[in-house]
Design a protein around this ligand. Structure first.
Ligand code: NDP
Length: 523
């Protein structure tokens, strides 16, 4: 019997050990030989289907290199995938919960075997360094293991408790919804892609998975693992394509039962709007799960261990170049320790090395031209909105390689309502904001429309308790970095404009993909 109590998160690989670095380098070689240059077609109803047009995935750290290609789904392909998934649903929904869970566990076993390959592919396709890639693949494995085990509580009649009533049997059944579309981002192209398809599938739904254009290869690699693990035809339709075309078509479609989306606030809100409009022939209100952006702040007060705070700031700000929804993009420091914290932060961040993911650099290239241009715009704004204390340039090349390179940048004395303090930049550009005192710092932290992650470095117990109640964030961290949530340990998801707070990797996440039926029988 599968039990959630038996779930344990994957340990991370220790890259201070030479043998682990060598193993990673060997995986990079293998991936270069076997996966780079590969083409992934769509998979519809268990068949590999190709398109005349293709989507190209570039190495962001060396844009002269094409990492590979995927098919580019058309509207007709999306329609076929939707119809086929509904057909597959008729059978898939009748499978026992543990039989479905077993497929997730088998996929997890396969991903464990190919862990370093998945990591290496992400180093090349999106520029993750070794530790960032490893933490992500560990998270993908955790999602499979955790959701397989959490599904057990929804198995069978009476799965949720009801109160006893004389003369009757009463109980709740948890039933899958039907066919949904899962639209994922490029920044966690393995873990989020896996999590967003595995959760609905394990409880009996069928999913059309549309990966982000910039990370189609790792998505194809993961989809193959799911098929090898035994997912029947049509349960997972792999549909690489353009968000504005097939994504829009599917989120609007009358036959789409649910949507799970992780990405930007703008696209997420748009999806929410189109999904709310009932189409001719539509029989249900679509369920929409949204995980959106952030403008995450960490407060440092005068009681804090400044060494702990500085380490937390560097890790939280610059891990994967700040391209995490959870990244610390605002450092809020009370006046009494402002200079000490900022000097330490600038000094430590100044030691970060720029280079490629394959070289295991600390700061690599950002994902694509659009992102590069957008971040450059903020670098131009920086001297008007604060003092540039570190970086500030977008060289666009490193060690002779053309790529989307942006320097680790720290901007001091940014005003709380400046654009740089309010808008998600999604790159290695950090605003430091000076607060008068603790209460002012808390007010600043709560002054954006987002509410994803946040943190406090302080040794004052009363302040930590106040922050526990008052900081409007879905994930709050004390005296550590504000990134790196672990499945099952720190259920993840944001408040306010950061999303529907659905808490991926949490005990109730699967419930989003089910409907309940209460059944009463009079004895
Ligand atoms: P985007 O919103 O640009 O894209 C996300 C996905 O939506 C992509 O697959 C994209 O396809 C697709 N898409 C684009 N337009 C539409 C449309 N009209 N209809 C349907 N789908 C569409 O986000 P990014 O990929 O740039 O990801 C970064 C963002 O994700 C950041 O804002 C970050 O904060 C957020 N994020 C949030 C997380 C959370 O848990 N809260 C976790 C990780 C990231 P295509 O690639 O073809 O454009």
């Amino acid at each position: 019997m599968l039990k959630i109590q038996d779930y344990r998160p994957q340990p991370f690989i220790d890259f201070t050990k030479a043998e682990n670095v060598q193993a990673y380098e060997a995986a990079l070689k293998k991936v270069r030989a076997e996966l780079v240059g590969k083409h992934y077609p769509m998979v519809i109803d268990g068949e590999r289907v190709d398109t005349a047009e293709k989507l190209t995935s570039l190495n962001p750290c060396d844009t002269s290199e094409v990492v590979g290609t995927t098919a580019k789904a058309t509207i007709e392909d999306a329609e076929r995938a939707l119809q086929g998934a509904w057909k597959a649903f008729e059978t898939w929904k009748t499978w026992d919960m543990d039989a479905r869970a077993r497929i997730l566990l088998k996929a997890s076993a396969k991903l464990k075997e190919r862990r370093l390959e998945a990591c290496a592919l992400m180093s090349i396709e999106v520029g993750k360094n070794y530790a960032e890639a490893d933490v992500e693949v560990a998270e993908a494995i955790d999602f499979l293991e955790y959701y397989a085990r959490s599904a057990m509580k929804y198995s069978g009649f009476g799965s949720s408790e009801t109160t006893w009533f004389e003369g009757e049997e009463n109980g709740l059944m948890s039933l899958p919804l039907g066919v949904g579309v899962s639209i994922s981002p490029w920044n966690f192209p393995c873990a989020i892609f896996v999590g967003m398809l595995a959760a609905p599938i394990v409880v009996g739904n069928c999913v059309i998975a549309k990966p982000a254009e910039d990370s189609g290869l790792i998505a194809g690699f993961i989809a193959d693992i799911m098929y090898e693990a035994g997912l029947p035809a049509g349960v997972l339709q792999f549909l690489p394509g353009v968000g504005k075309d097939v994504g829009e078509y599917l989120t609007t479609h009358a036959k789409t039962r649910f949507i799970t989306f992780t990405g930007s606030r703008a696209v997420g809100l748009h999806i929410n709007e189109v999904a709310a409009k009932v189409q001719p022939g539509q029989k249900w209100i679509k369920k929409v799960v949204l995980e959106l952006g952030g403008k995450d702040g960490m407060i440092v007060d005068e009681t804090a261990d400044l060494e702990v705070a500085i380490t937390a700031a560097v890790q939280g700000a610059f891990g994967f170049n700040g391209q995490k929804c959870s990244a610390m993009s605002r450092l809020i420091v009370v006046d009494a320790v402002y200079d000490d914290v900022v000097n330490g932060f600038v000094e430590r961040a100044g030691k970060l090395k720029m280079g490629t993911g394959e070289e295991n650099a600390n700061v690599t290239a950002v994902v694509n031209q659009m992102s590069f241009d957008k971040i450059k715009g903020y670098l131009e704004l920086a001297p008007q909105e604060g003092k540039v204390l570190l970086g500030g340039e977008a060289p666009g090349e490193c060690n002779g390689k053309q790529g989307y390179y942006i320097q680790a940048t720290i901007v001091g004395d940014v005003k709380r309502d400046a654009r740089m303090a309010q808008e998600e930049i999604f790159g290695p550009v950090i605003s430091v904001i000076r607060a008068k005192d603790w209460q002012d710092a808390l007010d600043i932290a709560n002054s954006t429309e987002y509410g994803l992650t946040g943190g406090v470095c302080s040794r004052d117990r009363a302040r930590l308790e106040q922050a526990r109640q008052e900081l409007e964030v879905g994930n709050l961290y004390f005296n550590r970095k504000i990134t790196g949530a672990i499945v099952g340990v720190q259920p993840f998801g944001g408040y306010n404009m950061s999303g529907t707070d659905s808490k991926a990797g949490g005990p109730d996440y699967l419930a989003y993909f089910m409907q309940l039926k209460t059944v009463t029988e009079r004895w």
